[in-house]
Design a protein around this ligand. Structure first.
Ligand code: DQA
Length: 182
């Protein structure tokens, strides 16, 4: 099953199950989203093992192959990407902080940290950048502990269950968002 969520005013009404009524400042637009800055495409723990890790869930494409797809799509859209992966929560938080000054927007697959990290939530709020959340699988069709996302509450949109294509949809959505803001 695939779920594609794009920015919609109703998004938070429907999907904020555990992080209820966030004040509006948590979803305010970014301050300086110059499309001349790269899109930060950030990947969390264990995504370096794509290709061999549970291929029945995550597919057979490696992260390097996904990076190549994302870079090709970005150049079609007139964007550049800075594509990274880490297994460490603090490093991911450092990169989100860096994005505040260096990126036009963020595409984030925080992997397992999605479901656990208040630090990530706080960093995303502080970064004030448009952020699209991506998951290769559909966490809502999996174990209950994957049904909570600390990222969704502060994301412009959430794309899950579409495999690597989800990254491309996120890039399209971010490009559209940046163009609307021009
Ligand atoms: C994931 C889903 C997460 O629940 C999981 O912990 C991951 C990958 C995905 O892309 O489907 O590591 O983010």
């Amino acid at each position: 099953m695939a779920i594609l969520f794009l920015p919609s005013p109703r998004f938070h009404d429907i999907w904020l199950f555990s992080l209820h009524d966030l004040p509006p400042q948590y979803n305010k637009p970014a301050m300086s989203d110059s499309p001349t800055s790269p899109v930060f495409v950030l990947n969390g723990p264990n995504l370096n093992q794509l290709g061999t890790r549970q291929p029945e869930i995550y597919g057979t494409q490696t992260l390097a192959e996904i990076e190549a797809m994302v870079s090709a799509q970005a150049s079609k859209l007139g964007l550049t990407v800075d594509f990274r992966q880490t297994n460490h929560e603090g490093v991911l938080i450092d990169w989100i902080q860096e994005a505040r000054h260096k990126a036009c927007g963020i595409i984030l697959n925080a992997a397992s940290l999605t479901h656990t990290s208040v630090g990530l939530f706080d960093a995303i709020v502080a970064a004030e950048k448009p952020l699209f959340e991506v998951h290769l699988s559909n966490p809502y069709a999996r174990e209950a502990f994957r049904h909570k996302s600390y990222v969704s509450a502060v994301a412009k949109g959430v794309i899950c269950g579409l495999g690597p294509q989800g990254y491309l949809h996120a890039l399209d959505a971010l490009a559209r968002h940046l163009n609307e803001k021009k």
